[in-house]
Design a protein around this ligand. Structure first.
Ligand code: SAM
Length: 205
């Protein structure tokens, strides 16, 4: 008989992807300083999605200390791509820069200390992969610009879509003919919070 794994929370908690001592240190720092990071499961998912899609032009909105940026830039390094990551807090932007350099990824990532919404308004760069992880109430405001900035066929991954503030974004995404999207609600060990939603959306036009 095909039965389910008993206590999947404990079971999958033990199957965390391997990661470097640096990433483990950043996880400890994030826990101590209450910095919400994606953790090893979503970090690995970002690497896999970017690497599978051979994403060469990646953008991250919300770097914090550079934890998720390290996964994305590592995928970029494998395909001669690069990551631009935006962080509005100058101290965090400096830490993200230092952490990317420590990981040997500074040749594949650029940290810009800027407001993501203002930056999106100004940029004429185009991206094939965007990871969004800023204030959830701002997600809806980014959508019109992301439709210009992400190439047709490009991927948007939005974190924390189970937060109430993401509701306008979720509804707009659900209705929009410009995107083909799916939202997953799952146990995400090491993610802040541990149960949350992730939206994956392909730009259709
Ligand atoms: C959830 S944390 C990012 C965590 C990071 N992606 C990770 O998993 O390692 C959100 C970050 O976005 C930054 N942020 C919030 N609103 C922003 C904005 N409008 N522009 C740029 N950064 C912003 C915050 O300062 C914070 O460091």
């Amino acid at each position: 008989m095909n039965t389910m794994i008993a206590d999947p929370e404990t079971y999958f908690q033990r199957l965390l992807p391997e990661r470097s001592a640096q990433l483990k240190r950043l996880e400890t720092e994030a826990a101590n300083e209450e910095i919400p990071i994606v953790g090893p499961v979503v970090g690995e998912l970002l690497y896999i999605l970017a690497r599978f899609g051979r994403a060469r032009r990646m953008l991250e909105l919300g770097a914090a200390t550079g934890y998720s940026a390290i996964y994305l830039a590592a995928a970029g390094r494998d395909v001669k791509g690069y990551l631009v990551t935006l962080e509005s807090d100058p101290d965090l932007a400096r830490r993200a820069e230092a952490n990317l350099a420590e990981a040997g990824l500074d040749g594949h990532a650029r940290v810009a200390c800027d407001d993501a919404l203002a930056w999106l308004e100004r940029t004429d760069e185009r991206f094939d992969f965007v990871f969004m992880d800023i204030e959830k109430e701002d997600y809806i405001k980014t959508l019109p610009r992301l439709e210009n900035v992400i190439i047709p066929g490009g991927l948007l991954v939005a974190d924390n879509v189970a937060f109430k503030d993401a509701d306008p974004f979720n509804r707009a995404m659900f209705r929009s003919p410009a995107w083909r999207s799916v939202s997953l609600h799952a146990l995400l060990p090491g993610h802040s919070p541990r149960y949350d939603g992730l939206c994956l959306a392909v730009h259709m036009a």
